[in-house]
Ligand binder design. Structure first.
Ligand SMILES: Cc1cc2nc3c(=O)[nH]c(=O)nc-3n(C[C@H](O)[C@H](O)[C@H](O)COP(=O)(O)OP(=O)(O)OC[C@H]3O[C@@H](n4cnc5c(N)ncnc54)[C@H](O)[C@@H]3O)c2cc1C
Length: 491
């Protein structure tokens, strides 16, 4: 029987990065891909965030030379009301802080590429490092001996042994199921259909430029990722809770918006392909290791709980799993107890940080775009807020400017109580993520405005505030750790 140090199942971003890392550590590594080549079985394309410049700078540089590459410097938000009318369009660009975050002002520069470009490139890094890639090979089950995963079986009937198996076989993970780690996702898998379009490159440059678009309304949100000469429109719904809502209908709804149709006409868009893929979107990833095996990427439930980005997460977890495999093999121990180290490592990394707020992020979505009734009100409130923008007030010539301002302010204040309950329940819990140093800076700015307290030293002032506000106390207690968690909803 064939025997390898590391067998990786899946040639997506997670599998390729795990195979690359293991091979670079000198381990005899093979990875299996069911498609004829990596990228063949994935939904069309992806947006890649700015943090790639920090964590995967070589790969991100290579992405900028891929045929389907489009730079992304802003996100354009389209708000559509319940009558399908576009009510608000605005772009989020980076601030000076974003620009300064990485060299060459790259802190606000992301990328979009098709998976047919990205996945083969990443697999090439793994084979370049010495890993062997076997395409057109479906792994059908985990081999279990002595209560531990000791290898895999393929549909060709081969049985392949490994010191460590890394399962990077995506959302439907055969390895997680056949090893007994789980049968189905508990609360949190989404189905994401996508409509892919070809279009005129020059017109896309003129109409959209270097931007991604999102469409929010009192239905479910949709995203539009733009490539060199094409784009796709997609939306995700949690399959267990919204089974009656066919996600295809959401894509069709956005497709039929007059504003979307106008954009399609302007760039000569032609529908090219309809696809649908599962995407885990969880409050918390379940257990990610067992004896002899680690799960990475979608197989582990790692996509970002705020916006479903998952390629960075797959590569980060692939890297950590490859390193942990090397560590376990060097100790001669790939037992379940030893591989707990994998979970310790990813939790201590930026990947773990992403999931600390999983509950809050998912709750926020469930109660905003996934709740059409609440979303009708929220859109109205957001529109009122936008009218308080200096330019909106200047160009509202319906009355004297100062009267217009007060009319809008009054109208917004009428609506605030309706938003109050949502804000208290789903925005305030995120307050526990505010850094204590920032809370102190804000309080220090307020202090001079309260003469009776301004006489106190900063230290004494913080103590008084901590005594007056139980919610702020964990931030202001000198003994408390940085980012001490606040009780939910206490700010
Ligand atoms: C519609 C949609 C849009 C998305 N958009 C973005 C985005 O814009 N940006 C972003 O960062 N993320 C995005 N994501 C998430 C992202 O695609 C995933 O998080 C990411 O692909 C996970 O990588 P992975 O390697 O874990 O799994 P996958 O990319 O799913 O790769 C798994 C690989 O394993 C192979 N495989 C599966 N089973 C077997 C088997 N039994 N034997 C052999 N091979 C097998 C598959 O063919 C596949 O190549 C999107 C997801 C969806 C569904």
């Amino acid at each position: 029987m064939e025997k390898w140090d590391v067998v990786v199942v899946g040639g997506g971003p997670g599998g390729s990065y795990a195979a690359k890392t293991a091979a670079e550590k000198g381990l005899k590594t093979v990875f299996f891909e069911r498609g004829r080549k990596p990228g063949e079985k994935n939904s069309s394309g992806c947006g890649l965030g700015q943090r790639w410049w920090k964590d995967f700078p070589v790969e991100m540089e290579a992405v900028t030379h891929m045929p389907s590459y489009r730079k992304c410097e802003m996100v354009v938000i389209n708000l559509v009301d319940e009558h399908d009318r576009l009510r608000y369009r605005s772009g989020t660009t980076g601030s000076d802080l974003c620009a300064a975050r990485f060299p060459q002002g790259r802190g606000m520069i992301g990328a979009s590429v098709y998976r047919k470009d990205l996945d083969p490139y990443l697999a090439g890094l793994a084979t370049g490092a010495g890993a062997e890639l076997r395409n057109s090979t479906l792994v059908t089950e985990a081999v279990i001996e002595g209560g531990k995963v000791t290898g895999v079986k393929t549909e060709k009937g081969e049985k392949i042994a490994a010191e460590v198996v890394i399962a990077a076989d995506g959302a439907m993970s055969t390895m997680a199921r056949t090893s007994g780690m789980r049968n189905r996702w508990e609360g949190g898998c989404t189905l994401a259909p996508q409509l892919d379009f070809s279009c005129d490159e020059q017109k896309l440059d003129d109409v959209i430029g270097n931007a991604e678009w999102v469409w929010f309304g009192p239905f479910y949100g949709a995203y539009q990722v733009n490539f060199r000469d094409g784009f796709h429109l997609g939306a995700g719904t949690w399959v267990d809770e919204y089974w009656d809502t066919n996600p295809k209908d959401i894509v069709r709804k956005v497709f039929n918006f007059p504003a979307f149709q106008a954009m399609c006409r302007a760039v000569d868009a032609k529908p090219r392909e309809f696809q649908a893929h599962l995407l885990p979107w969880l409050k918390k990833p379940p257990k990610t290791y067992t004896g002899g095996m680690m799960l990475v990427g979608d197989a582990a439930g790692f996509p970002c709980p705020l916006e479903g980005e998952g390629i960075w997460h797959a590569m980060m977890s692939g890297r950590i799993a490859g390193e942990t495999a090397a560590w376990a093999i060097s100790k001669g121990d790939a037992s379940e107890t030893a591989l707990r180290e994998y979970e310790r490592r990813w939790k201590a990394s930026d990947l773990g940080k992403e999931h600390e707020f999983g509950q809050e992020f998912v709750d926020l979505w469930h109660n905003s775009i996934f709740d059409p009734e609440s979303m009708v009100k929220q859109i109205q409130i957001m529109l009122e807020f936008s009218m308080l923008h200096p330019f909106s007030v200047v160009f509202d010539w319906g009355d004297a400017h100062i009267d217009c301002f007060n009319q809008h302010l009054g109208h917004m204040l009428d609506l605030v109580p309706e938003f109050g309950d949502f804000g208290k329940k789903y925005i305030a819990p995120l307050g526990r993520g505010i850094w204590p140093e920032n809370v102190k800076r804000i309080l220090s700015m307020v202090k001079p405005r309260i003469p009776v307290l301004n006489r106190l030293s900063d230290e004494r002032f913080f103590k008084v505030v901590a005594r007056l506000s139980r919610g702020l106390a964990p931030y202001l207690d000198p003994g408390a750790k940085q980012q001490a968690p606040l009780p939910r909803g206490s700010l």
